[in-house]
Design a protein around this ligand. Structure first.
Ligand code: NAP
Length: 271
């Protein structure tokens, strides 16, 4: 774990965002507030919204790639990453660029980026550990996990990381593998339990305990994210399947303990 702060000079960045869904928009707003220049491209036409935000929107990816980007920020879904990157004519890039991803899994984008990008492109893998709801009133003390996978231009990379540092994020430098291990046991687990609670249809009651309120919030937060995001956490994190099995086995163990106790009680009362 370490801070990314350094004595390097900071740069105002031109940031091209690929994938202007909920999370891409959240990031863009803070980047604009900080004085960086942003432009966007996405599968859906966000021209109108971008016009309101004063962000140039490119329907066509070629002029987007040919625009003068210091950073290309990948904010597409986990499931569509390979398709999106493979459909981009990356040879059109005019200059050495820093590619950053914000996907909620880390080994997968690291591998795909290293595979599809020309060797002269820098790669920074990040995971802002907050979402549109938890990050809507600021990012103070919220973690930003990152690995500098291939960084030659340190000034540009530090300037990008500084966007999060200056909002008060807790900067956590960690390998993509370590991130996925920890996230499978924390983030994937909480999303899974939230989805199970949603499946059960739990709702707030007039006699909520604090613990039950926590469960209702967990359900709401899990279902606020797309099912693509949730399934991406499972499909593209090699540690997630084991955690799902652990959850199933633990559920079964707790159930067996309850059933055993019930049968003990029944035998006692029948004496
Ligand atoms: P998401 O459902 O994970 O991703 C939505 C984005 O992916 C949209 O920009 C969408 O483009 C694009 N997309 C989906 N399928 C596509 C396809 N087949 N082809 C091209 N583009 C496609 O929702 P999100 O919350 O906005 O998350 C975006 C990324 O940020 C994800 O990788 C997620 O893991 C990461 N992230 C999210 C959070 C969070 O709390 N939401 C937090 C940290 C990191 P269009 O909008 O143009 O359709």
């Amino acid at each position: 774990m370490s801070s990314s702060s350094s004595s390097l000079p900071l740069q105002t960045l031109k940031i091209g965002i690929v994938g202007f869904g909920t999370f891409g928009q959240l990031l863009a707003k803070t980047m604009i507030k900080q004085g960086h220049t942003t432009r966007a491209t996405s599968r859906t036409d966000y021209s109108q919204l971008c016009h309101q935000l004063d962000v140039p929107f490119f329907r066509d990816v070629i002029p987007f790639l040919e625009a003068d980007n210091d950073v290309i920020l990948i904010c597409t879904s986990i499931l569509s990453l390979s398709e999106v990157l493979n459909s981009m004519p990356l040879r059109r890039l005019k200059r050495h660029t820093l590619f950053v991803d914000v996907l909620s899994v880390k080994e997968h984008p690291r591998n795909v980026l290293l595979q599809v990008l020309p060797e002269n492109m820098d790669v920074l893998c990040t995971h802002p550990m907050f979402g549109p709801e938890s990050g809507k009133n600021g990012w103070k003390d919220l973690p930003l996990v990152y690995e500098k996978v291939r960084v030659r231009n340190e000034t540009r990379c530090s300037s990008f990381l500084h966007i999060f540092e200056s909002e008060g994020c807790r900067m956590v430098e960690m390998s993509c593998e370590e991130h996925d291990k920890v996230a499978a046991r924390s983030q994937f687990l909480s999303h899974s339990i939230g989805r199970i609670l949603a499946e059960m249809g739990i709702e707030s009651t007039s006699m909520n305990t604090k613990s039950f309120e926590t469960l209702v919030k967990l359900k709401e937060s899990a279902t606020n994210d797309s099912f693509d995001l949730f399934s991406g956490l499972f499909i593209h994190n090699r540690f997630a399947q084991q955690e799902l099995m652990n959850l199933e086995q633990s559920f079964e163990k707790v159930k067996q303990r309850l059933l055993k106790k019930m049968s003990e009680q029944q035998s006692l009362s029948s004496v």
